[in-house]
Structures are given as C-alpha cells and as structure tokens.
Design a protein around this ligand. Structure first.
Ligand code: PRX
Length: 651
C-alpha cells in the first residue's frame, strides 16, 4: 500500500493496493472490477446466474435466474433445488479440505477447540437427527439463544440440513425481547445453553430463556448446551441436555433439498416504528451473496485464517462467521468473550496465536482499543494480517489511521463494508486488490450492485450532494419479506421513489470519483456501537415503567459507541425531576425490557417536549439539545417555544 497525499485534507488521502498484494488477489485491478460491472450492466441475470452455477452446488439446476413479475417480491433461481449445509460441508468432504479446520474456536476462559470440516459435518449430522426426532420439519422455525460456541454454527447448519428456518436471538437480549421474537416467529423449539462467558462472569441464558418461555406455552422442546456448568432448572418433558440428546445419534442425516426461495433464516432488526422486524432471508440467493462477497471483499484464499469478531446474533456473524467462510471452505475463527478479558490485548493475542490473516471488526471496537494504548497490540506479532475490515457505522479517519498503522503495519488494505441486515451481504466496499481506498469512505458498490444517491424524487445527485442511498436493482441476497407482514416489507423498503428503488434509511453522498460516503440514518433509528435500535422501542420500554408518562429518545454523539442514547422523560404526577436512583432504575428497566445495549446514556427529566401544532415531537430540536448544539433552522411549527427554552436551561 502506498499513501498518496493529494491534499493536506484528511479526506483526500488515497491508498492504492500494492502491486504485490494485487498480483495474487482474486480481483486484481480496477479494470477487472469495471469489466465485472459492465457484464452485470449488460446482462444482469446472466451475471448472477453464471456465479450461482459456478460457485454453488445445486441439487437440481435452475433454469431461470430472476423472476421479477411481482415486484418487490423478487424470486431468484426459483425452479432449482439446493441445500445450504451441503454447500457448507459435504462439498468439501471429497476434497483436501476434509481435514482442514472449519472452525477455530477460543472460549473466554482460554479453552480452544478446532473442528475440521469432517468433524463439523459429523456434529451437524448428529444434531440434525436430534431436531428431526424432536419433530422439527421443513419450514418450522427454530430459535437459537446461545453463547458464541461451536454448537451455535452446528445448530444453524443442522436447521439448514433439514430445511428448518433458524432465528438467532443475540445472547445480550433480555427475556422480554426473546419472548417477543419466539412469539413472532411462532417457534416450538428453542436451543440454548446454561450460560456463556462474558468479562469473567457468566451470562444466565437458561434462566432468561425460562423467564421468556413463561409467555410462550407453545414451545414444547428446549435443548440446553452445558457450557459454564452453572446450576439451571430443567423442566421435565420439555428440556433436554444437548449432550444427552446427541448421545447415540447417527451422524448421517440426508439433506433436505429446498427451493432456493425457502427461508434459511429470520433475523430480527429494529425499524423506525413499532416492534422489531423479522427480516426473512432465502437459501439460494442469500448463500450466493455471502459466498461471492467472501471472495471479492475478503479475497479469501485457501491458506487464509479468517476472523470476523461479530456475534452470530447479528447478520455480520451469519454471513461472515458462518455461511460465507464455510461455503468457501475457509477457516473461520470464533471467540466467545469480551475483547478485553482477561487483558486489553486479548484480540491481538488471538491474532498471533492462530496466525489470523483477515480480521473484521466494528469501528466502535477499534475506538475502544485505541483508548487502551498502543502497548497492547505491540506486545503481539500481528505480521500474519493481510486484510483488515470494518462494518456497522462510518469509521472516523483517526480510528482508521490507527487501525491502518498500528494493527495493519501500513501493509493491509482496509475494507470498509457498508451493508445491512436486509442486504444479507456487503453492498458497498473496496475490493482489496483493486480499489484505491480513502479513510472514511466505503468506496464503490460491489460487482452486480447498482447503488446510487438520489433526491426525494429519486433523481441521481451530482458529486458531493447529500441524499438518499438507494439500490436500483434487486440482488440475490436481498431481504425477501418481513416475517408475517409482507405489507410492512413493501412499505418500509420500497415505499419511496414510486417503488422503483430499495431504500433502507441511510443518507450518503458520492464524491467526484463516485465514492460513497455514508452520512448515517435519516429515520428514527440510532446506531449504537454498530447496532441498530429504533428510538420507538426504547421509548416504549421507558413508558412501560410506572413512573413514566412520556418519553422521547434521540441519538447523541458518543466518542466510543458512535451514537449514544439520550432520553427525555416526563414523569407521572407532575413531578418535574427525578433523582439519581430513578435514573438508575429506568436504565435497568430498559435493560430488562430490551437488553443492556439499549440502556440510555443520558436521561433528562422535563415537564414538556417540543411538539408541532399537530402533536408530533420535533426530534430535530431534541437532537440539538442532546448534542449541546445551537438550534438552526425553522422552529415556526413549534407549538410552544417556552418548552424549548426550559429544556435548554434546566440542568
Ligand atoms: O446505517 C448503516 C450502518 O448500519 C446500518 C445497518 O445496521 P444493521 O442492519 O444492524 O447491520 C450492521 C452490519 C451489517 C446501515 O443502515 N452501517 C453499516 N455498515 C456501515 C454503516 N454505516 C457506515 N459505514 C459502514 N461501513
């Protein structure tokens, strides 16, 4: 990599891939990238169809690539048949990858397990038979609420093997959030563990699952993995230990071929209004997206050890801990615990120990690691690294430069990947052997993706004009629907711009080179530590506390998390302000309702909120107050300007 300082402004720094890197990369030049784009432009179905035939194994070949007769309900590879677990396991077992490490796992206490493709296939086969014997059949939903242990991917691949649809609920979510998801998914079976390790403590997963299940009488089977050994209650007839369940089970389980459109998984994510949305992903198209971006963006090669630090409870873990790496026969590193336990160099220690070549994490983690000081990464040998990646939020140039220099030794390209739960795969990202990179920009759309920045009418905007980030053509790994609510899918993602473009809430601009700079959300969604939270969800959690009459939640700048949560709270009974104890109670209450990630960082008690004459809270003004900014712009629609004054002055 070489730095070309085009101007003294940070934003103008450009880093080109080194010749040495490009020589062996999967995509070696901008010309190669442009040729792929031209091919996709000229023959869109042909482009994706060829990739699907070349890179996936089909039980029955498809004859038609894209059915777009009923937009926005697009269908890909419709008349084929596929099994995702066959693509992630069986197809490698007849190759030299059979005894290659599929998963290299490290637990927080320091225990290490390595599963080869053969061993993983063996475990998946046995667990598939457990699911079958519990009555799970094709199309059933299976909820997975587990720590980051190898049995988590085993459970997912076992679902895929028998055509069940998995829905992973992040282990940091509360019992209440788990219950809502079990009910929405209509699941009858839950896979969980006694607990998991986090910061030297155990997370009581089974206890929370039991709490959630009090409201889910339809759940008839619970499989519990023994991970921490903590005491848990087991309900006879419903709960069974994982190790007892797999005992004596055959490792052979015939894969169930499914239609490519068959839902592989549902993953819940926040929207700007109402309850979390169950984003439904397909089998064939989703797998193709995860498989190809693993090659294009991470340049995955057979000798690579790949580590994505995301929890499998998020889409990043689905696509880049499990499906993308395994479909490519790669080695995927998994780590159970916190990045600073037992010491602040834990991540770098793992990089050294397992000789990690590609490392993918979130800007919020990078900022936290910067603060811990350079001595930690300097203690370890990071010379195995060849590519670094980021995801989840824009990365600030300072954090980018630290990552580039201190972790990457000025040698590793950084792929800043823009995508979403709904997109299933990277959408805008550098290709490390081809794309010159600029700190803070996700650069260009990946091959076959037509992204643009448009105005409110859907017209393309010129350089450096901020607007809405849209995708102009459907793509194989796109969201198919919102579980149980196709209208919500249509309205949320295709409701703007006359239904022509996909739009999921981000603002962006393109610079003179066509590079995308993501400007953040334009809706009432906040991005906390790289994870989306609907402000409405936090508001309803606050209002569900007996002391609270009304609440308004906005994002505020936060050095570490990117965005923090600022809550304005009106108490019942006309009380003007609460005390520190009440602040603590309300924060805990939100943690109980949603999970610790949603705890407000700041709570300000008030007796009024700035509203329009029609009663709508003017969030723009609240955002200014939360950020300590002057309010610019029109406040003529404000019903009572005194509210704003008093909010500013009450401390
Ligand atoms: O606002 C964008 C931000 O994260 C949102 C998607 O969140 P989620 O579905 O939870 O998925 C996160 C991991 C894929 C986007 O709408 N975002 C994601 N990646 C980036 C980003 N913002 C800027 N730069 C990125 N690289």
């Amino acid at each position: 990599m070489s730095a070309e300082i085009e101007s003294i402004l940070h934003e103008n720094r450009v880093f080109k891939p080194s010749k040495e890197f490009s020589r062996t990369a999967r995509v070696r030049s901008m010309r190669a990238y442009r040729d792929m784009m031209k091919k996709a432009e000229a023959d869109y179905p042909g482009f994706w169809g060829d990739l699907a035939r070349t890179h996936l194994e089909w039980e029955k070949p498809f004859s038609r690539v894209l059915n777009d007769s009923n937009p926005p309900f697009f269908k890909w590879f419709e008349d084929g048949l596929i099994n995702v677990s066959v693509n992630c396991l069986d197809r490698h077992l007849t190759t030299p990858r059979k005894n290659k490490a599929a998963i290299v796992w490290e637990g927080e206490p320091g225990d290490v397990r390595t599963l080869t493709y053969q061993e993983l296939a063996y475990e998946v086969g046995r667990f598939s038979n457990v699911l079958k014997e519990s009555g799970v059949v094709k199309g059933d939903r299976v909820i997975v609420y587990m720590p980051m242990v190898p049995e988590l991917p085993v459970a997912l691949l076992a679902c895929a093997r028998i055509g069940a649809t998995h829905s992973v609920v992040f282990g940091g979510f509360s019992a209440e959030a788990l219950k809502d998801r079990i009910l929405d998914a209509g699941a009858k079976i839950l896979i969980t563990a006694d607990g998991g390790w986090r910061r030297g403590q155990t997370v009581p997963l089974k206890e929370m699952a039991d709490e959630a299940l009090k409201g889910c009488p339809q759940v008839s089977h619970v499989v519990v993995l023994k991970r921490t050994g903590q005491a848990v209650a087991m309900q006879t007839g419903r709960d069974v230990w994982w190790h007892d369940a797999v005992q004596g089970k055959s490792p052979k389980c015939a894969p169930v071929p499914v239609e490519p459109e068959h839902p592989l998984f549902i993953l819940y994510t926040s929207g700007s209004t109402g309850k979390p949305k169950g984003v439904v992903h397909s089998s064939g198209g989703y797998l193709l997206g995860a498989t190809m971006t693993m090659q294009w963006v991470f340049d995955i090669q057979d000798h690579d050890t790949f580590w994505c630090t995301a929890d499998i409870g998020w889409v990043t873990g689905h696509s880049y801990v499990v499906y993308g790496p395994l479909s490519n026969g790669a080695t995927s590193v998994m780590y159970e615990g916190a990045p600073t336990t037992p010491h602040a160099g834990r991540l770098w220690e793992i990089v050294e120990k397992h000789s990690v070549n590609i490392f993918y994490t979130a800007p919020t983690a990078i900022r936290a690691l910067v603060k811990l000081g350079d001595e930690w990464p300097q203690k370890f040998d990071l010379s195995s690294l060849r590519i670094l990646g980021t995801v989840g939020e824009p990365i600030n140039p300072e954090a980018w430069m630290w990552y580039y220099k201190t972790i990457g030794g000025e040698r590793c390209p950084i792929v800043d990947t823009w995508w979403q739960t709904e997109t299933g795969m990277h959408m805008i990202s550098p290709l490390p052997g081809a794309t010159p990179i600029k700190p803070g920009s996700a650069t260009l759309a990946v091959p076959g993706i037509f992204a643009d920045v448009v105005d409110a009418e859907g017209n393309s905007l010129g350089p450096d004009k901020g607007g809405y980030l849209v995708v102009k053509r459907p793509w194989p790994s796109m969201i198919r629907t919102v579980h149980g609510d196709p209208e919500r899918y249509k309205k949320t993602y295709w409701g703007e711009f006359g239904g022509r473009y996909y739009f999921a809430g981000d603002g962006a601009r393109k610079d003179k080179d066509g590079y995308f700079w993501i400007m953040g959300r334009v809706d009432d969604v906040i991005n906390v530590a790289g994870h989306r939270l609907g402000t409405m969800e936090v508001e309803s959690a606050l209002v569900s506390h007996p002391a609270v009459a009304e609440a308004a939640v906005v994002g505020c700048p936060d050095d570490l998390k990117g965005e923090g949560i600022f809550a304005f709270v009106i108490l019942k009974g006309g009380e003007k302000s609460g005390n520190a104890a009440l602040v603590a109670t309300l924060r805990d209450h939100v943690a109980k309702e949603i999970g610790p990630i949603a705890k407000p960082d700041h709570i300000k008690f008030t007796d009024g909120l700035p509203k329009t004459r029609s009663g709508k809270i003017m969030r723009r003004l609240l955002r200014d107050i939360a950020a300590g900014r002057e309010t610019k712009g029109d406040i003529s629609t404000l019903e009572d300007s005194k509210t704003l004054e008093s909010l500013r002055h009450e401390e």
